[in-house]
Design a protein around this ligand. Structure first.
Ligand code: ATP
Length: 234
């Protein structure tokens, strides 16, 4: 579905990605783990068209997207739920969700998407007329994921969806990610909570200073002593 080949990306003179190659197959959950500053967020931003790769190729269902704009990439079926929630605080829950559907023309069918999102996150339905900025952290996180789902993505990218949430809510968010995946959405997930991420992911890539240093089935990595020591704090 998505293939990155030797992608290099820069912020000014700073090279953040130093030749990333990875692949995501349809219906998979793939996770990226690695220490702070390894390039995980940058990888998602580059796929989403928010940062242009300097060299290398990004193919989505056989089409080169490395030169496309962010809105074009959303239209093709890739959506990003960004780190730190980044909802529109003065807009209501409903308006935030509508913003996520900017690329869609099938306005009549959008009701189906609202229903899907409200079924996944009943709390958002209860609060649909509330200003997003007044939601709790967990609710804002749910809204960010819901908004990303409004474009009906084939590939949903989640940047730290459990950041700052209480343990019980972390469980809920991971359960929901699994559910979204079981409904047919492919997922690329970044998580500080590497253990939880590996438990729901099929495969994992480990990043170190802009490079992939390890790629394997999530189950294998969970059992690896080196990975436990370096990334799971054990
Ligand atoms: P974290 O787990 O801390 O979020 P990360 O793996 O997501 O880390 P990135 O945010 O992708 O890391 O950052 C990769 C590198 O690029 C870091 O060295 C960071 O300082 C640098 N970087 C990120 N964003 C910018 C920016 N807007 N301008 C300049 N440098 C940046």
């Amino acid at each position: 579905m998505l293939v990155l080949s030797n992608v290099h990306a820069f912020y000014g003179n700073i090279q953040a990605l130093k030749g990333i190659s990875l692949e995501i197959k349809e219906k998979e959950i793939v996770t990226l783990i690695g220490s702070n500053g390894a390039g995980k967020t940058t990888t998602l931003k580059t796929i989403a068209g928010l940062l242009r790769p300097k060299t290398g190729s990004i193919q989505f269902n056989g089409e080169e997207i490395g030169n496309k704009s962010a809105p074009e990439i959303v239209k093709l079926g890739i959506s990003l739920s960004p780190e730190g929630r980044q909802v529109f605080p003065r807009m209501t829950v409903l308006e935030n969700l509508e913003m996520g559907a900017f690329s869609r023309k099938d306005k009549a069918e959008m009701n189906g998407s609202f229903e899907r999102i409200y079924a996944l996150f009943p709390r958002l339905y209860e609060r649909k007329h509330q200003a997003a900025g007044t939601l709790s952290g967990g609710e804002q996180q749910m809204l960010a994921i819901g908004r990303a789902l409004m474009s009906k993505p084939k590939l949903l990218m989640l940047d730290e969806p459990s950041l700052g949430l209480a343990p019980l809510l972390v469980e809920t968010i991971f359960q929901l990610i699994r559910e979204i995946n079981e409904q047919g959405t492919t997922i690329l997930l970044i998580e500080q909570n590497a253990r939880m991420a590996l438990m729901i992911a099929h495969r994992c890539y480990v990043l170190e200073t802009g490079k992939i240093v390890l790629a394997d089935d999530a189950k294998h990595l969970l059992e690896s002593d080196a990975v436990k020591k370096a990334y799971l704090g054990e």
